[in-house]
Ligand binder design. Structure first.
Ligand SMILES: Nc1ncnc2c1ncn2[C@@H]1O[C@H](COP(=O)(O)OP(=O)(O)O)[C@@H](O)[C@H]1O
Ligand SMILES: [Mg+2]
Length: 292
């Protein structure tokens, strides 16, 4: 079971006091790496005897860890806390299966109170490098800086998606962010990488370039544009995955745009036999973006 499906199950097992404690951990993440009994008791308003009982449960469930320095929040603990917030606010009422796993996130299907499909993108940045950090001595600090990195990355993608929101239907529509989780509308379609046949590959190609142009006009270059970050549904395209986007005035903007466009032209050439001049397209993107 991945850590997040475990989280879905655990939400129902935890009680009010357990969540009070998770809230203390989550709210102090930025300032404190490790919390001791006195601090936890003070901020949760639970007496020391009671709090020890709950901390033991949270350790047993794998939501926090205990060391001789004190207690530290683990990623499943933050997952659970986020799920609880989202369900209290009726932003999601049911959690579905995992629909995607990418380089930096796990993506889950969810429902809201009016039965609309949503997805939760839970950031899991640095999974492998974190394993190396974990081997080092300061495990507690490593865990929390890893959580903070994921929160910052979620915030970055959420802000970019919010800026792109009204410019096209081909970017994920962000609904809210909580810590390291972005809630978005679910997009239908398959990854371009999994799509063997397209009705009209030329049209799909043009739509991808049109949306790169729209994003460029809004000031962003995706920076990780490839067949895994594009969903296609008939001839409609969606371009996902924006946390690494660079601003068009960044020093490396031209290199990033060139790489993005070349990824797409090479892919369409190899897979669908469509030959395009990437340099011409790059010129068009810049020219058309300034006109739109
Ligand atoms: N809004 C969405 N609707 C449907 N599926 C999505 C959505 N966002 C992401 N996915 C799925 O999850 C996968 C990983 O998401 P992505 O944003 O690319 O994160 P990563 O940074 O981990 O690559 C995607 O390839 C896609 O299959
Ligand atoms: Mg991706």
């Amino acid at each position: 079971m991945s850590s997040f499906s475990k989280a879905g199950h655990l939400v129902s097992l935890l009680n009010k006091s357990d969540f009070k404690i998770l809230k203390v951990f989550a709210s102090s993440l930025k300032n404190r790496q490790v919390l001791n009994l006195t601090t936890l008791s003070q901020y949760s308003s639970l007496g020391q005897g009671l709090i020890e009982h709950h901390l033991e449960r949270l350790v047993k469930f794998g939501l926090i860890s205990k060391s001789n320095l004190g207690y530290t929040l683990l990623v499943t603990g933050l997952d659970i806390y986020v799920l609880k917030i989202l369900s209290n606010k009726n932003i999601i009422t049911a959690l579905g299966p995992q629909v995607g796993i990418g380089k930096e996130a796990e993506v889950y299907l969810a429902r809201d109170s009016s039965d609309q499909n949503r997805v939760l993108k839970m950031f899991r940045l640095g999974r492998s490098s974190f394993k190396q950090i974990k081997r080092k001595r300061d495990v507690n600090t490593a865990i929390n800086s890893w959580l903070l990195l994921n929160i910052d990355t979620a915030k970055k993608e959420y802000d970019i998606l919010t800026n792109l929101k009204d410019s096209s239907n081909s970017f994920p529509n962000p609904l809210c962010r909580s810590f390291h989780c972005i809630v978005m509308d679910a997009i239908y379609g398959n990854r371009l990488s999994d799509t063997e046949n397209l009705n009209d590959p030329e049209l799909v190609f043009d739509r991808i370039i049109d949306n790169i142009t729209i994003a460029y006009h809004k000031g962003y270059i995706n920076g990780d544009l490839n067949e895994y970050n594009i969903l296609v549904d008939d001839d409609n395209v969606s371009i996902l995955d924006w946390p690494q986007a660079v601003k068009i005035d960044a020093i490396n903007a031209d290199a990033v745009l060139t790489r993005d466009i070349q990824n797409i032209t090479k892919y369409f050439s190899k897979k669908f036999g469509i030959e395009k001049d990437s340099h011409k397209i790059i010129g068009n993107v810049k020219r058309n973006a300034s006109k739109t």
